[in-house]
Design a protein around this ligand. Structure first.
Ligand code: 4AD
Ligand code: MG
Length: 425
């Protein structure tokens, strides 16, 4: 039976079988040191001349896969506190000269992403990412939400034509989906409270640290729910995810250099500031903006310097947001909507709103956007046959993971990032 390296500490003085990849290797006269890596950690293994397979240990190159057995010894000097005295070692798969050494350019690391993802850093991030997905599912299911999917190929645009990936669908124009939302709204009379985690696609022309062309989108849509109730659910969701990650992944967060205190303070309620208030803050900070301008990365980053927890920016001007949002009855120039911004410079991680129920208003806005109404008739039917008040929101999982891990580029939150300049590997 093989055990993982993290369980070695429970086996002091005993013989264990380990398997993994060679992280480092050095050999001297009559002795070889193999640092073994598996999903759970690394450990130094000492191979002496009389061990079976000593020659394999001597020639084991970086990233060769090996199996070994030996006795566990506690060793204060060893970086992980333990060592294994090997009595048998075997190379399973030899490794060519591994193309990654200590100092490498970002471009090179992206070229060999399929190999670089074995690094401790990316392994730690992917474990956290996995727990984030799990926590989202647990959260919605514990609240009785149903998980339901929508097509990835569509004829409609949810978030505006500017970021659509176009494709030829058997001779007809089609797009990769930007969001599950429009379909979700049509499903509400069937399932009432629903969610989905799926890829969304954005042909963002801007090269930034927080945009991917393909990202994972966790969306929810709730029947009989107003915008305030939706924001409360968002606070709860974020808090649940952070709590889960803090409980399960402290070690990984610390290895990534994350300041845990910054995450431990994340508890509801999150502050709500209106767009108008946010605009005033920014103007005071020297930004030249006029009413109606959307906030970009720079503006959001500046806003986050005023908050130490996630916070909502509510009631954006209509011209800054998508067609489906409900008009704010208190200020008809704005919507009942909010973006949730993560602190420490990260900015928007959730976009959400109450949805417009007036079918004629929706038609008017779609026409103004230059859309063909016939492509949206199915969507408009949700307002014609038993329309209800409803709200929903979408969370960018990579944006969230980026903030949780405290890292400075979104590409490291996903194994094979799709950016404007990269489709390989
Ligand atoms: O704000 P967005 O565009 O909202 C929607 O798509 C709504 N239809 C969601 C809904 O109400 N169901 O996108 C939602 C979130 C953003 O807050 C951001 O976190 C993420 O998706 N996002 C991106 N993440 C990575 N790369 C991109 N290019 C992203 N564009 C949006
Ligand atoms: Mg948005």
């Amino acid at each position: 039976m093989f055990i993982h390296i993290e369980d070695v500490s429970k086996n002091i003085g005993k013989r264990v079988n380990l398997r993994g990849w060679v992280y480092r290797q050095r050999s001297g006269k009559g002795i070889a040191f193999v640092i073994l890596r598996d999903v759970s950690g690394t450990i130094q293994c000492v191979v002496k001349e009389d061990a079976k397979g000593f020659k394999d240990a001597q020639k084991a190159s970086i990233e060769s896969s090996v199996e070994l057995s030996g006795k566990v010894r506690k060793d204060e000097r060893a970086p992980t506190g333990y060592e294994v005295d090997v009595d048998e070692i075997k190379i399973i798969g030899e490794s060519d000269n591994f193309p990654i050494t200590e100092y490498q350019s970002t471009e090179h690391l992206l070229d060999v992403r399929h190999l670089w993802l074995r690094s401790r850093r990316l392994t730690n991030i992917f474990k956290i990412r996995s727990d984030v997905f799990g926590a989202i599912h647990d959260f919605y299911r514990s609240k009785g939400f149903f998980e339901i999917q929508s097509p990835s190929i569509t004829a409609t645009s949810c978030e505006g034509a500017g970021t659509l990936f176009e494709l030829n669908y058997f001779g007809e124009k089609a797009y990769l989906t930007q969001s599950w939302q429009l379909y979700a709204e049509a499903v509400l009379p069937s399932l009432e409270n629903i969610y989905c985690i799926a890829p969304s696609f954005r042909a963002e022309k801007s090269r930034t640290r927080r945009h991917l062309a393909e990202y994972w989108h966790a969306e929810a849509e709730m029947a009989w729910t107003n915008h305030d109730e939706s924001m409360k659910l968002q606070e709860e969701l974020i808090t649940h995810i952070i709590k889960t990650v803090l409980k399960k992944r402290k070690k990984e967060l610390l290895e990534l250099g994350r300041d845990l205190k910054k995450l431990e303070t994340v508890k509801p309620p999150f502050k709500r500031v209106t767009y108008n208030e946010a605009l005033e803050i920014l103007k005071k900070d020297g930004f030249k903006l006029k009413w109606g301008d959307d906030f970009g990365i720079k503006e959001e980053k500046q806003l986050t310097t005023h908050f130490d927890k996630p916070f909502f920016v509510t009631n954006y001007p209509k011209e800054a947001k998508a067609f489906y949002m409900k008009e704010n009855p208190k200020d008809k120039k704005t919507y009942l909507c909010a973006d949730l911004l993560a602190p420490e410079g990260y900015g928007e991680i959730i976009g959400g709103s109450e949805r417009e129920t007036d079918v004629n208003e929706l038609i008017k806005r779609l026409k103004k956007q230059g859309e063909k109404i016939k492509n949206y008739e199915w969507y408009l039917d949700s307002r014609r046959y038993g329309s209800i008040p409803h709200s929903g929101f979408g969370m960018g999982i990579e944006r969230l993971v980026m903030w949780i891990c405290g890292i400075d580029h979104i590409r490291d939150t996903i194994p094979f990032p799709r950016t404007t300049t990269r489709i390989y590997p």
